[in-house]
Write a protein that binds this ligand. Sequence first.
Ligand code: OMP
Length: 230
Amino acid sequence: MTEIADPRDRLIVALDLPSVRAAEALIDRIGDAATFYKIGYQLGYAGGLALAERLAGRGLKVFLDLKLHDIGNTVEEGVRSASGSGATFLTVHAYPQTMRAAVRGRGAGLKILAVTVLTSYDDADAAEAGYGLPVAELVAKRAAQAAEIGIDGLVCSAAEAGAVRRVVGPDRLIVTPGIRPAGAEAGDQKRVMTPGDARRAGIDHVVVGRPITGAADPRAVARAIVADLA
Ligand SMILES: O=C(O)c1cc(=O)[nH]c(=O)n1[C@@H]1O[C@H](COP(=O)(O)O)[C@@H](O)[C@H]1O
């Protein structure tokens, strides 16, 4: 687990919103309660990649959640292009070829996170997708491969954080979506945990979307999550 001076940096707010205007309005409402924002498919394909540079220019931290997975050359060059965006984190799927390519394309200042097994998957979903291992074993196997390849951090559920920490050691980042404050709707997430329990499990950062984006008072929810993480 890395030392993080400002506890707000542990919360990454997922800007899963339909437009840059909606994202900017949410960031304004959250104000200084959050410092780290994630831009994924929904916003990225709606002009959000340019927003990433603007947010980084304002001193906010940006996680580009592109979940790259393609032939090695395409991943390497894609990561090289993203290295100029000002983002702090970029995701790729945790396949060995893809991870090696991402490490080759990684520029200074950009950390590559490998997505082990999506938090919307349980063992039945993994079996349906053709994997012969339960989720926990697949996560541990991919985490070991990621560490061997030199990936900076892992995305997994907080339920696997302890096992992943044992595999990757203290210096690699563990970033966990599937986070729900007590009583919040899980939605399509299957491997969920509260922020406080995730922190006690040894995570570095949590990713939270709908519990904040859908809240009547997103600033209050962000503040409560940061307090729970501290
Ligand atoms: O890479 C991710 O960020 C990610 C990986 C994963 O396994 N599960 C997962 O939910 N995510 C992302 O984390 C966010 C979770 O959003 P909520 O379920 O709304 O909190 C979404 O933007 C997902 O794309």
